[in-house]
Design a protein around this ligand. Structure first.
Ligand SMILES: Cc1cc2nc3c(=O)[nH]c(=O)nc-3n(C[C@H](O)[C@H](O)[C@H](O)COP(=O)(O)OP(=O)(O)OC[C@H]3O[C@@H](n4cnc5c(N)ncnc54)[C@H](O)[C@@H]3O)c2cc1C
Length: 498
């Protein structure tokens, strides 16, 4: 695991000052004066975004211009740090810490640990895609596994999974032999990867503000996985140097953890893990029965002067046709790249979904939704890509799943603490878990644009299709604008006319 501080935001006055020195020496760094000017310039400026946070912290109580406040904060970084500590942690005005933003390169991290990282909603991630990149037998061996003496077995079994992956790629490439090379490679990889383990190595670029960085480190420090705790230590080392005054509560609350374990015990001893084979993989658990009225009333509310109750009453008196017309009119010129009106957030849909790790990797990226996950459970079976059946790759696939399940079982038997979590490294992208997913109509429509689009991966596309079908059945008007980007023009022609 490697965590590298790749960047952070700085007051432009500092950037400009350095820029001027560089511009003043067109012949470059060989000039001794250049270096001394640069050192002099930087000596009185500690390069940190903390001065921006400290300056902004003072905006609410000072008559000075923001430029002046920034200049004062730059004049003494120590004082700026004291301000931050007092205001962010003393007064609890924590959003001040959001003005400091860092970029982190995170590499040599497993796909399982990436899930913990990306569970944090208020940050930006770009991750290596197993659809576009060929995997070369690259996986991590968790320390817990090595400590139990199972390193060689883990290594050998993961090597076997990668052999299966390569064999499946060859067969799938033949299936797409008529497609252009890049498309052929992508299609083969996107299905063959289902046999790869969650221990597979990845890399992620992360952009996150100091407030969330602190929360992440705190959460990582209480992870049952050594690798995730290592991520916490790596992040702390990277950010503490540059924003020390904004990172403070990095140690988890152990009492909270104990109470969590108590609940875990109750849940696991009272609710059976039995799986119902007939349970549909996507179930709509709650739909906003009055969601359509609420959203429409909110549109009348935001554009008018009446109370919300009066708006609800007005909507209640409208005919179905009139309500539909109001909804369509309010979105008439919308394009496939624009969000629906915020008023559409007033209706929530809750789903229970059983899905593969591959599909989960995509679902979890929708940050506005609420996503609650369980561990992967081999009892839930696996998702087998239809193209693998087409190329008679079932035996290779099943052999990989058997290797993975056996390794999982062995880890469960041999590991003592936190065995369930650590054993998940052995499971594959095809293994399944249950999640709860709650999203409002606006976010769900956005989800549909991306995930019902023809460019979306088949697994998540099928799930998205079913989610939207169920939502539409329950609340047709709220889901009026849900469609993949590629079919949006056709839909808008139908809805809005020429
Ligand atoms: C075809 C396809 C290929 C992809 N390939 C990759 C890949 O190779 N690697 C990879 O890492 N990801 C990939 N993704 C995931 C993609 O980058 C998004 O993370 C994912 O689709 C979620 O979309 P979103 O950010 O718009 O949605 P959400 O997180 O659900 O956000 C909804 C909307 O809220 C707003 N929003 C949310 N958070 C922020 C924020 N922090 N700042 C500004 N606005 C915000 C935006 O308007 C956003 O559209 C791919 C997605 C698709 C559809």
């Amino acid at each position: 695991m490697q965590v590298t501080l790749a960047g952070y935001n700085l007051d432009t006055e500092i950037i400009n000052r350095v820029g001027k020195i560089i511009d003043g020496y067109p012949y470059g760094t060989g000039d001794l004066n250049y270096l001394s000017d640069l050192v002099t310039c930087l000596a009185d400026e500690t390069l940190t975004p903390e001065t921006l946070s400290a300056a902004y912290a003072r905006i609410s109580r000072s008559n000075k211009s923001i430029g002046e406040l920034r200049s004062n904060a730059r004049a003494s970084v120590n004082r700026a740090r004291r301000t931050n500590r007092r205001i962010v942690f003393g007064l609890g005005h924590a959003s001040i810490a959001e003005h400091a933003v860092v970029n982190l390169d995170i590499s040599d991290i497993s796909r399982l640990a990436v899930e913990e990282l990306e569970a944090h909603r208020l940050a930006s991630y770009t991750e290596a895609s197993q659809r576009y990149i060929a995997m070369e037998g690259d996986f991590i061996i968790p320390r817990e596994v090595s400590d139990t003496g199972l390193k060689d077995r883990f290594q050998a079994d993961c090597d076997e999974l990668f052999n299966g992956y390569r064999e499946l790629i060859s067969s799938l490439e033949r299936l797409f032999s008529d497609a252009p090379e890049q498309e052929r490679n992508t299609k083969a990889r996107e299905d063959a990867r289902y046999v790869l383990p969650l221990a597979c190595r990845s890399q992620v670029g992360v952009t996150v503000n100091a407030r969330i960085a602190e929360r992440m480190i705190n959460n990582f420090n209480r992870s049952p996985l050594n690798e995730v705790r290592e991520l916490g230590r790596g992040m702390l080392a990277s950010v503490k140097r540059i924003i020390p005054s904004l990172i403070r509560y990095t140690q988890p609350n152990r009492s909270l953890e104990a109470s969590y374990h108590e609940i875990e015990h109750i849940s696991r001893t009272t609710i059976s893990s039995e799986t119902d084979q007939d349970e549909p993989s996507v179930r709509l658990m709650e739909a906003p029965e009055s969601g359509e009225n609420s959203a429409l009333a909110a549109i009348l509310f935001s554009t008018g002067v009446g109370s919300y109750s009066a708006c609800l009453e007005a909507v209640g008196n409208m005919s179905v046709q009139d309500r539909k017309r109001l909804l369509i009119t309010s979105h008439k010129c919308i394009s496939a790249h624009e969000p629906l009106l915020r008023e559409m957030e007033l209706g929530y849909f809750t789903y229970s979904i059983t899905l593969s790790s591959s599909a989960f990797a995509q679902l979890k990226r929708h940050r506005i939704a609420s996503l609650i996950k369980q561990d992967y459970l081999p009892e839930l079976g696996v998702t087998i890509p239809p193209n693998i059946l087409k190329v008679n790759g079932e035996d290779i696939f099943n052999n990989c799943i058997e290797i993975s399940n056996n390794l999982y079982k062995l880890l469960i038997e041999r590991l003592e603490e936190e065995r369930d979590q650590v054993a998940q490294y052995a499971l594959t992208n095809a293994h399944r878990r249950r999640v709860l997913f709650q999203a409002n109509a606006r976010e769900l429509t956005h989800f549909s644009r991306l995930r019902e689009d023809s460019s979306a991966q088949w697994d998540i596309r099928a799930i998205a299709g079913e989610m939207i079908r169920l939502a539409r059945e329950a609340c047709p008007a709220l889901m009026l604008f849900a469609a993949g980007k590629d079919t949006f023009d056709k839909l808008s022609e139908e809805l809005f006319g020429e």
